[in-house]
Design a binder for this molecule. Structure first.
Ligand code: GDP
Length: 140
């Protein structure tokens, strides 16, 4: 199987509830290795640029408000089929649809405050990793 990297974000609802360690444990138990990680506060411009793909969606402004409302932890996860594996561990966008035992089923507060972000394709993973990290910040 192919070793991949994907971008993960622990969102402000989770940092506020002090459950970043619990979420990291879920990721590690799923075989994903955290090869880079930093806690930051997203600026408005950064949040808008990161979610540019959703610019026309009705929830875009609210999503950017939420993502800048508190600290986030941005991280790079490495492992076999890391993009798909992380999406499985995260669960569906809406926690009411998320499979039992997934991060969103167990921790998300709402469809918006859903605790984690994960890249949805290898191409987006590469773009999102480059958005937040320099090569020298990644220690595999
Ligand atoms: P993801 O790939 O599962 O994170 O889902 P999307 O790419 O479709 O959406 C990006 C993020 O926008 C989600 O993780 C949510 O935080 C937020 N979001 C998605 N759909 C909705 C919605 O219908 N309403 C609101 N308020 N936020 C949403």
């Amino acid at each position: 199987m192919a070793v991949e990297r994907t971008l993960s974000i622990i969102k402000p609802d989770a940092t506020r509830r002090n459950i970043t360690g619990k979420i990291n444990a879920r990721l590690e138990e799923a075989g994903l290795r955290i090869v880079a990680q930093k806690r930051i506060r997203l600026g408005r411009d950064q949040a808008e640029a990161f979610y540019e793909v959703h610019k026309e969606r009705p929830f875009y402004v609210s999503l950017c408000d939420f993502m800048t409302s508190g600290p986030v932890v941005v991280q790079i996860l490495e492992g076999d089929q890391a993009v798909e594996r992380n999406r499985e561990v995260m669960g569906a966008t809406n926690p009411t649809d998320a499979a039992a035992g997934t991060i969103r089923a167990d921790f998300a507060e709402s469809i918006e405050a859903n605790s984690v972000h994960g890249s949805d394709s290898a191409d987006n993973a590469a773009r999102e990793i480059a958005f937040f990290f320099k090569d020298e910040e990644i220690v595999g």
